[in-house]
Design a protein around this ligand. Sequence first.
Ligand SMILES: Nc1ncnc2c1ncn2[C@@H]1O[C@H](COP(=O)(O)OP(=O)(O)OP(=O)(O)O)[C@@H](O)[C@H]1O
Length: 258
Amino acid sequence: MVVTGSVESLLECRQVKKHYGALKAVDGINLNIAAGETIGIGGPNGAGKTTFFDLISGLTAVSAGQVLFNGQAITGIAPHKLFHMGMARTFQVTSGFGSLTVLQNMLASVVNGSGNEEAGLLLSKAHREKSMSCLAEYGLADIADDLVSNIPVLDRKKLMVASAVVHHPQILLLDEPVGGLMPAEIDEFIELMINLRGKGTCIVFIEHVMRFLTTVADRALIMHQGKLIYDGTPPGMAADPLVKSVYLGSEADEMGGD
Ligand SMILES: Nc1ncnc2c1ncn2[C@@H]1O[C@H](COP(=O)(O)OP(=O)(O)OP(=O)(O)O)[C@@H](O)[C@H]1O
């Protein structure tokens, strides 16, 4: 059966579910995301946020439901193919090849993300130039020759984003981009995200740091027990009684809720 989605939606989820035995990790999510939106996803630990990202990005097979990207059903398509189709993703655990340099990491993304599926890394001058220009944009050019295992966490996180966006994805999924960062580093990341948002990239991120979520996102989604319990403005979360009771607690008062 050919499934087609709404042309207005960049990403559409229809009754998406992931069940592990009796555990309903993701339990029937319906969602439409338009091009250019910036969406922050919150919710208590174990709510199903990362599993939901895994279903969208092809890392885990759905138990039921459909995910459509640009109107095309993408359930069952491998993550690297989705990357070539314009969907990029980063992970909660800061990743990267620790034994390679910052430049070599970026080159891997530039070459492998280009859609060329032949084995091996054939590097050209253009690949290096593209890599260095992207590193410069993220303030990483000066450490291009450092081993990734030796650079600070903030720079590793920036490199993860820079590698993900080097091919200008239509949608970027970020799993806890500022987890573990200091307040000043979070500020730096906020600026980086606002800059990316300004270029029209659709950004969907999972984040527990509410200051980051409310500053960067123009739409907030809250998950609880595999379901979406809130879909609205970021400031509106603080006034939502269910969101307050299962997730925000006293933080809702600090955010200006009742
Ligand atoms: N492969 C798996 N097998 C069995 N259960 C799993 C698996 N992956 C996730 N779960 C369970 O699914 C539920 C949702 O987990 P998930 O990691 O998606 O939550 P989360 O909202 O991202 O949490 P956190 O904020 O702590 O990262 C949890 O109860 C988790 O233990």
